[in-house]
Design a protein around this ligand. Structure first.
Ligand code: C2E
Ligand code: MG
Ligand code: MG
Ligand code: MG
Length: 286
């Protein structure tokens, strides 16, 4: 595109941008190297049904065990991967690993769904559906056990190729969650056109629940709206019992957050699930 822009290019392609582009390319190739070297890992954070006290789902969150940098968190490489395209490689690896981990859960007698984060740019290719379907098949896991977490921006521009990927996935039982709900455009009319299964209230609302009356009202309204539309609402970022109590009062059915558990390795999360032999979660006393 720089070439097509012709001689005016230098007006907007400055030194800072060149450095940024070079930096992105370095991260891009390091990601591809790291995938090959098996440096990535999925951590899991449980999602609790507050009515039954059962851990019904867990969210897969990627970590990069980097040989030089140590543990690298997703916020420092996912945005770059989204811009350079390596998010497609990451996304496929994540689904592949989540399928393997699902087999470990099931072999350990844990009945659970895994929620994986997907970036909008993973939906650009019409091949995405075939690739993901093949991953479920190769691993012999039931696609009904998976939830794809996406952000509202996926629905913002009408795009028939992208929509057909979503529809095909829904047809094989994959559920969809809107992540970080309330922070995006919140043009809620897309909820009429595209069925979603879950809304995850962004943690910034939960963090202010006890101190900000407006946020408290918004949380209550989102929960009511979800109920009225038949969409399950999950509150993320629950750190204290007092927040959980307000959420229970608003009849929020699912919670996730440090109060229950931080994201942990597969091994640890399986132990956590097993501590509660009947699947019941004994709430920590805080
Ligand atoms: P997210 O999907 O909204 O995930 C929730 C984030 O909040 C996670 O951060 C989690 O560790 C953190 N969190 C959970 N409970 C609490 C709490 O009680 N308090 C606070 N302060 N934070 C809490 P993490 O693991 O650093 O992930 C950050 C973001 O990176 C995720 O936000 C998601 O958008 C993205 N991400 C993670 N894994 C993947 C992946 O495999 N693929 C893609 N495309 N994005 C991913
Ligand atoms: Mg998420
Ligand atoms: Mg979120
Ligand atoms: Mg997010």
């Amino acid at each position: 595109t720089a070439k097509r822009a012709g001689r005016n290019t230098h007006f907007f392609f400055n030194e800072g941008m060149r450095e940024e582009a070079e930096q992105h390319l370095l991260v891009h190739s390091d990601i591809l190297r790291g995938l090959n070297a098996n440096e990535f890992e999925l951590y899991y954070q449980p999602v609790l049904n507050v009515n039954t006290n059962k851990i019904e789902k867990c969210e897969a969150l990627i970590r990069w065990n980097h040989p030089d940098k140590g543990r690298v968190m997703p916020d420092s490489f996912i945005p770059v991967a989204e811009r350079t395209g390596s998010i497609v490689n990451i996304g496929n690896w994540v689904l592949q690993q989540a399928c393997k981990d699902m087999r470990v859960f099931l072999e350990a007698d844990i009945d659970i769904k895994i929620s994986v984060n997907r970036s909008v740019s993973e939906f650009y290719s019409t091949k995405a559906y075939d690739t993901w379907k093949a991953i479920f098949k190769e691993n012999g896991v039931d696609s009904h056990r998976f939830v794809f977490e996406i952000t509202e921006s996926l629905f913002m521009e009408q795009n028939s190729a992208r929509m057909s990927v979503i529809t095909s996935l829904r047809d094989i039982g994959v559920q969809f969650a809107i992540d970080d709900f309330g922070t995006g455009y919140s043009a809620i009319n897309y909820l009429r056109n595209y069925p979603v299964d879950y809304l995850k209230i962004d943690k910034s609302f939960i963090q202010d629940l006890l101190i900000d009356e407006q946020d408290k009202t918004l949380v209550e309204v989102i929960i009511k709206m979800g109920r009225a539309l038949g969409i399950v609402v999950i509150a993320e970022g629950v750190e204290e019992l007092a927040q959980l109590e307000v959420l229970k009062q608003f009849e929020c059915d699912y919670i996730q957050g440090f109060w229950l558990s931080k994201p942990q390795s597969l091994h640890h999360i399986i132990a956590l699930c097993h501590e509660h032999t009947d699947g019941q979660y004994d709430a920590p006393i805080t």
